[in-house]
Write a protein that binds this ligand. Structure first.
Ligand code: AFD
Ligand code: MN
Ligand code: MN
Length: 391
């Protein structure tokens, strides 16, 4: 069994967020880290190392305007030399003063225009750099009952998305993220998967839902949402992290690796259904983490290892035995099939896989022994801000 799953493990691709490397924090405090990258180039340098050690992360998502550069061709060449491509483009319609009461859902058409124009600029950037994913998250919502007209805001969101969707080339997908809290706490305009799903359905086949694992209430069964969305051809991608810290986001798999395993189990099961195979093949796996107290490069490596591990265990599920137990209403037998896979020690297998990919058998040990953290701390110093979240 172990050898059979090697090709799938080697094909796994996880995109790294540029903003995961920069200094970041909560609304209480940003703790600047020595060696945090100050420019997109330095973020790409860090990402290239993560890819080199894990063999799994050949692309980097960017956030505009944090990562805006004058000459994209130079950036692409720099990335390519380091084995990287630029991945999803993330507009930012939440940090400017103008967006205090929302962006695309704002009652002022001028502010809506500003937000839409920024998203159109991101479509243009994506075209220019050959990226096929536009990844949207909105801070839009209200904090007080009565603050604005919820149905009017829904219509404004729909209009804005339609305009941006119409500007996308055929090869581009729009991934629509949802989040039920923060910075708006009374209502958010895209509060859950159902609202993103509704907008995506209305737009067309190139609009899909992005599931950020951190954006759910604590008890939510995310794997159920995943299975449902795949079945409808509407799961476009993930932002992996752990939700224990709400947002601003802990490493994926650090608190509940079993949940991550169950998510992959649903994905792999659906992938075997010819009706769902294409959707599953196109799922964009991305990290969306914001390391506040932990060293960023090492945390990113650890996150990738956690994903590799959950994926490997899910690939090991004995699906024939599962189907058989289900057919006999053997509740505990079925559950045990999953437990057995989850409890398998996949570390030796993953070490072999990484070695065969030309990556490190033990990426953390190799990283720690490399002196990279010490070198960039010396070279880059401790910058006050690094283009990540600043609280
Ligand atoms: C925010 C959101 C969301 C989004 C990210 C990038 O919580 O996770 O993906 O910004 O725009 O923190
Ligand atoms: Mn996210
Ligand atoms: Mn988030």
């Amino acid at each position: 069994m172990a050898n059979e799953i090697k090709p799938a493990l080697k094909a796994l691709r996880i995109e790294l967020p540029s903003w995961g490397f920069g200094n970041s924090g909560t609304r209480f405090k940003v703790f600047p880290q020595a060696g945090a990258p100050r420019t997109l180039y330095e973020k790409l340098e860090d990402a290239a190392l993560v890819n080199q050690l894990t063999g799994t992360c050949p692309s980097v998502a960017i956030h505009i305007p944090w990562d805006r550069v004058d000459d994209w061709s130079k950036t692409i060449a720099y990335a390519r030399e380091r084995g990287l491509a630029i991945g999803a483009v993330n507009p930012n319609v939440f940090q400017d003063e103008e967006y205090k009461f929302g962006s695309v859902c704002h009652r002022d058409p001028g502010i809506r225009r500003r937000a839409i124009d920024h998203m159109l600029e991101c479509v243009a950037i994506a075209k220019q750099i050959g990226s096929t994913v536009l990844s949207l998250w909105f801070a839009d919502g209200t904090n007080y009952a009565g603050q604005d007209d919820i149905r009017a805001r829904k219509a404004r969101m729909a209009d804005a998305l339609a305009e941006v969707y119409a500007a996308m080339p055929d090869a581009m997908r729009m991934l629509i993220e949802y989040k039920f809290f923060e910075p708006a706490f009374y209502h958010t305009d895209l509060a859950d998967w159902g609202m993103s799903f509704w907008h995506a359905t209305r737009l067309g086949s190139r609009a899909q839902v992005l599931v950020d694992t951190g954006h759910h209430a604590q008890g939510t069964n995310i794997e159920h949402i995943v299975a449902f969305l795949i079945d409808e051809g509407k799961l476009g991608g993930f932002h992996f992290n752990n939700r224990k810290y709400a947002d601003d986001d802990l490493m994926v798999g650090s608190v509940n690796p079993y949940e991550l395993f169950l998510i992959f189990h649903e994905i792999i099961s659906a992938g075997r259904d010819p009706r769902c195979a294409t959707t599953v093949q196109n799922i964009a796996y991305m990290l969306d983490q914001s390391h506040n107290i932990e060293p960023k490069v090492e945390a990113t490596i650890q996150s990738v290892l956690n994903v590799q591990s959950a994926y490997a265990k899910a690939l090991l599920v004995d699906r024939d035995a599962l189907v058989d137990a289900q057919a006999r209403d053997d509740v505990l037998g079925a559950n045990r099939v999953l437990q057995n896979a989850f409890e398998t020690d996949v570390r030796p297998l993953l070490a072999d896989v990484r070695q065969e990919l030309g990556a490190a058998r033990d990426p953390i040990a190799t990283y720690r022994a490399s002196g990279y953290a010490e070198r960039v701390a010396r070279e880059r110093g401790r910058a006050k801000s690094g283009g990540g979240y600043t609280g």
